[in-house]
Write a protein that binds this ligand. Sequence first.
Ligand SMILES: C[S@@+](CC[C@H](N)C(=O)[O-])C[C@H]1O[C@@H](n2cnc3c(N)ncnc32)[C@H](O)[C@@H]1O
Length: 332
Amino acid sequence: MTHDASPPPPAQVMHLVSSMWAGMAAGTLARLRICDQIAAGATTPGAIAERISASPDGVARLLRAAAMLGLVSEVKPRTFALTEVGDLLRSDHPKSMRALLDTETGPGHWLPWMRLDECVRRGQSLATEALGMDLFQYYAANPDEGKVFAEGMTSLSMGAIGAVSQAWTPPAATTVVDVGGSQGAFLRWVLSARPEARGVLFDLPNVLATAAPIPRTELVGGDFFASVPAGGDLYLLKHILHDWDDARCKQILGNVRTAMAKGATVAIVEMLIPDDGSPSPAILLDLNMLVLTPGRERTQAEMTALLAAAGLTVHQVVRTHSPFSLIEARAT
Ligand SMILES: C[S@@+](CC[C@H](N)C(=O)[O-])C[C@H]1O[C@@H](n2cnc3c(N)ncnc32)[C@H](O)[C@@H]1O
């Protein structure tokens, strides 16, 4: 006789409902920077509420939920400490994930998510309707939220870089161009692995304004639909292609193809949708792309076809011990 350990179906449905509440609670803890306050010594709801101009009762109820979710622990009645997970929501943690939670549950992402049913009906993003402009224009027009988005991308990158660095050695290069590199976390790691190389961090000017200087690196603002910096022998595109439909990816890749030096390598980092239907974080990320962008997550075959259409041939696909894969391509 088999024993099914899964909770009964109604409990599983309730779990889905409360998962959304849990995510929003964690996002609010992050946005209100409550973990920073606890780390700074404000450990009671009253003390935190005073510092962030909030209701003591509201803060107490949020902390009770955060304790149940394992983000804080109630070390004595109405006194809270950070757990190891909650510690990651401190702004100054070296691997902070505060900005990622903030951005994923903030207006720039959540207003488009409220249109998911309409996105499914039409098969396209309604972010422009929800935000009054496209996502990247929205972050340019709302610089505080835009800075949090860039920081969130950096914290997402930290996990991906850890996994990629165990599976891939960047090829020797003189000039490494990070296309849509945001604050340059991936470029920073590639340059540390290739001390002989110099870097070019290329992104929209408002995004580069949030980036700290990177040794041996020039910051170049621009629009990758117009052109990308020329003469590089390694081009990085991390989480760029999933933001765009095939036609626009072809435009970006075509500009890379035109700009790259002879023999250059293009290194693409994305989550790939499994061919065999197995579960993967890429599948939910694809819905995030559906609501936010004209883009999508792709299978390896779809990526290969996309690259071929831009005159690039896949040289190798490096799978990592994470949902991220790295695809190396060269001019056909
Ligand atoms: C999903 S983020 C990925 C950032 C970074 N590569 C990473 O993995 O953390 C997409 C990036 O593309 C940049 N971007 C969007 N449109 C752009 C454009 N037209 N020209 C240059 N960069 C652009 C955004 O500013 C953003 O930094």
